[in-house]
Design a binder for this molecule. Structure first.
Ligand SMILES: *[C@@H]1O[C@H](CO)[C@@H](O)[C@H](O)[C@H]1NC(C)=O
Ligand SMILES: *[C@@H]1O[C@H](CO)[C@@H](O)[C@H](O)[C@H]1NC(C)=O
Length: 361
């Protein structure tokens, strides 16, 4: 602890650093929730001021650039490296745990679980460099795949894209897997809107058993599948009680079905008040990506042994033109198996206990 002329500095320094962390997290929550509509309102208001040329020029750009979000987006390394994301990281803190190299001559689909309320962990790890993704996985470009509507809002879309996020439309995913060479990693939050309705501290419910689109995508493009689990993602917000069948849940499912996004009624702590607000709780988030397995040489390995070797490592997928339901189901099961294995292996290290298990719905 620094003591200069009898003055203790730590108590002054620490709160400022922590305040910056809170600010970093709070501004991200706000930009996720309301920055889009605010930008839209700003553009409309500008039309009635002497600066009306700005929204007019911008709308020309907007139309011209409409497809960018489906063509790999427009990442801006400078934004990905902003100091504010390091404060964001340190708030929880968020950690990226690499357990296997990813070969840059292949493409990858990272299945990220669980969704949580706002995917804070996935955002920090894949849309910023705060946890050093590019250093940990040299030659791999991460694309955080996110819901389309974030890209409809003027200005907001540019900000959102700068982190390397892209639209979740099928043409967007196919474009990255076919037109961008190799070394691309789609970070797909597989459970989507429905899974966010299950995000509660201590809960480990995934919506995965009927989600096979990403498996088909992997088969069609020969992209390797990598299970990724974000421990702690569900612990940073609480959510209004919405059990299956409750009136709230029925309404939320309706919104999710027709709007494509969910409306969890969530809360964390406040900026000043520690018991209620939109700032997430300070709980660690550890995102574990695959794992390396030392392989002893085995003569004539049995199918069982071969299957074992796949666990937790990227599942290499050969390109299949028209995968059958059977092929998809098979890969889907081995993916789920790998994910469970990964979860079980790292849960204790990440603060869970022996009795915690994944619930896959
Ligand atoms: C999982 O998501 C699907 C939509 O993809 C939805 O129909 C289903 O009800 C969800 N399951 C649960 C248990 O929420
Ligand atoms: C924070 O706000 C909540 C809800 O309004 C209130 O119940 C609680 O007492 C407040 N806590 C503090 C520390 O002010």
């Amino acid at each position: 602890m620094a003591r200069i002329l009898g003055v203790e500095f730590a108590p002054i320094c620490i709160p400022i650093r922590r305040r910056l962390q809170t600010f970093a997290v709070f501004q991200w929550t706000l930009s996720f929730l309301i920055m889009g509509p605010v930008c839209l309102a700003l553009m409309v208001c500008l039309l009635f001021t002497p600066f009306y040329a700005i929204p007019l020029f911008y709308s020309v750009w907007y139309v011209y650039d409409w497809h960018a979000t489906e063509r790999g987006g427009r990442r801006w390394c400078w934004v990905r490296n902003w100091q504010i994301w390091k404060y964001f990281r340190d708030y929880f803190p968020v950690k990226l745990l690499k357990t296997s190299d990813l070969d840059p001559t292949r493409n990858y689909i990272l299945g990220v679980h669980p969704h949580g309320i706002m995917c804070d962990g996935a955002f920090c790890n894949f849309a910023t460099e705060a946890t050093g993704f590019s250093k940990q996985f040299p030659g791999i470009t991460p694309y955080l795949i996110t819901i389309n509507y974030q890209f409809y809002f003027p200005l907001h879309r540019e900000y959102f894209m700068s982190g390397g996020t892209c639209s979740c439309s099928l043409s967007s995913l196919k474009y990255i897997l076919t037109k961008k060479g190799t070394g691309n990693a789609l970070a797909l939050i597989v459970g989507g809107a429905y899974e966010s309705l299950e995000a509660n501290p201590g809960q480990l419910v995934l919506n995965l058993s009927r989600r096979k689109g990403f498996i088909r995508l992997a088969l069609e493009h020969g992209a390797s599948l990598v299970p990724v689990f974000s421990f702690g993602e569900n612990d940073i917000f609480c959510q209004a009680n919405n059990p299956h069948g409750s009136r709230l849940r029925r309404l939320q499912v309706l919104v999710a079905k027709y709007a494509g996004f969910a409306m969890p009624i969530f809360y964390g702590r406040g900026v000043f008040n520690y018991t209620f607000g939109l700032v997430p709780y300070r709980k660690p988030i550890t995102t574990v990506v695959g794992r390396p397995i030392d392989v002893d040489k085995v003569e004539n390995p049995s199918t069982d042994q071969i299957d074992k070797l796949h666990i937790g490592r990227p599942i290499d997928v050969d390109k299949v033109e028209n995968p059958s339901t059977d092929q998809i189901d098979k890969l889907h099961s081995s993916y789920i198996e790998s994910l469970i294995e990964l979860f079980e292996e790292y849960k204790i290290e990440c603060g869970l206990s022996d009795v915690d298990h994944l619930v896959i719905e």
